[in-house]
Design a protein. Structure first.
Length: 183
């Protein structure tokens, strides 16, 4: 019995947060509370959390606003924990808006946002979009670095919901099976 206990203890390893353990999947209605909580936690931590308002209506209708409209809304899980999320909302037949990119503050700077961004870009190409547009606040320096190192181009600056924001764009092109992203 003692040998069995020692063998189990010797083989036990704490759960790591290796990127290989991340599972990406589409939003389902049962995910609504987790999505709402991640949006709030990530926004507050990033300094971009305003009062509740109509600008949050998309979070109350993810299936309709994102998925049924021809876009997508992806979740990244480690086990049962939601660690990142992001959506693609069609603007027109050629353009998707990237929105609600959030990473749990406890899991930032581990590459989850970058992996989610690549997955969303791949899905945009598969859906036939030619460009992705997005905005992020001036105070979210980490988000700016993510987008700029992923070849998003700053198009202009402005104000949304009382925040100073930067508007970005990325052109997508498909050649054969390979995904080619260009400025």
């Amino acid at each position: 019995m003692a040998e069995e206990t020692e063998a189990v203890e010797a083989s036990w390893q704490p759960m790591s947060t290796s990127q290989d353990e991340v599972i990406f999947r589409r939003f389902e209605s049962g995910d609504a509370d987790d999505v709402w909580h991640l949006d709030r936690a990530a926004s507050e931590e990033g300094g971009a959390r305003g009062p509740e308002g109509a600008w949050e209506d998309d979070l109350r209708n993810i299936g309709e606003v994102y998925i049924s409209s021809g876009g997508d809304f992806l979740l990244a899980h480690i086990g049962s924990r939601l660690v990142a999320m992001g959506g693609l909302k069609p603007v027109d037949a050629d353009v998707a808006q990237l929105t609600r990119m959030r990473v749990d503050p406890a899991f930032r700077r581990r590459g989850f946002g970058r992996r989610l961004l690549r997955e969303l870009e791949s899905r945009a190409v598969a859906a036939g979009f030619k460009r992705i547009v997005l905005d992020t606040t001036m105070i979210q320096l980490g988000a700016q670095r993510l987008y700029e190192t992923a070849d998003y181009v700053r198009r202009r600056e402005g104000t949304l919901h009382g925040y100073a924001v930067i508007f970005y764009e990325k052109r997508l092109a498909v050649e054969g099976e390979a995904l080619h992203l260009s400025k």
